[in-house]
Write a protein that binds this ligand. Sequence first.
Ligand code: PGA
Length: 248
Amino acid sequence: MRKMIIAGNWKMNKTVDEAINLINELKPLVATDAAEVVFCPPTIALMAAVEAAKGSNISIGAQNMYYEESGAYTGETAPNMLTSIGVKYVIIGHSERREYFGETNDTVNKKVHKAIEHGLIPIMCCGETLEQRKQDITIDFVNQQIKVGLLDVSKEDAKKVVVAYEPIWAIGTGVTASSEQAEEVCAAIRATLTEVYDTDTAEAIRIQYGGSVGAGNAAELFAMPNIDGGLVGGASLKADFGKVVNYK
Ligand code: PGA
């Protein structure tokens, strides 16, 4: 039985003080044993966020990291910098990182390996553009992202990975994929994971849906058999996130 995992991707929002305030506000609203709850604030607020979340059910995740251990990589964050302050998860290959910062399936693969090596749980993102959906190549495109992203990741390690399926046309637009559209792709991802690994491994991997998830649609999306929670942007920055987490 896969445990649901609901993560808030704060993107480039909230100063350190604002992050502490938001965590304190949301803490009682997201208290549940039914799902893993992860908050991903900006890098600069991670340390304060870990502190603020202590004693609660909230785990802290980073929005990105680099795949080298240390060195001349101006502006980057190394995996051990994250683990040393108590960060548990890391979002890898979000479509905004791919679009604005040149990340590719190959860099995603390197980051997934490095995160696992350091005991961080990768939330590996995939998803098609509207153009690709119109061309009817969504499943092929997403499967390629999954296959390359997990290249040479062992079965045991793959079980730790969380996959986030986020159609780009649904991110921040208020247009959500219908639960059938989301389920279709998440089921295809699980079929690919079965093909690459085996049924046991594929059944263990959590697959989130992301893209305009909110209080009004979480229950329907999360009820789908191959959707094991969500990666939530806008709605994770307000009290609504409590309703998303307690969607039942
Ligand atoms: P959204 O963002 O919920 O604001 O659409 C989701 C994401 O990009 O992870």
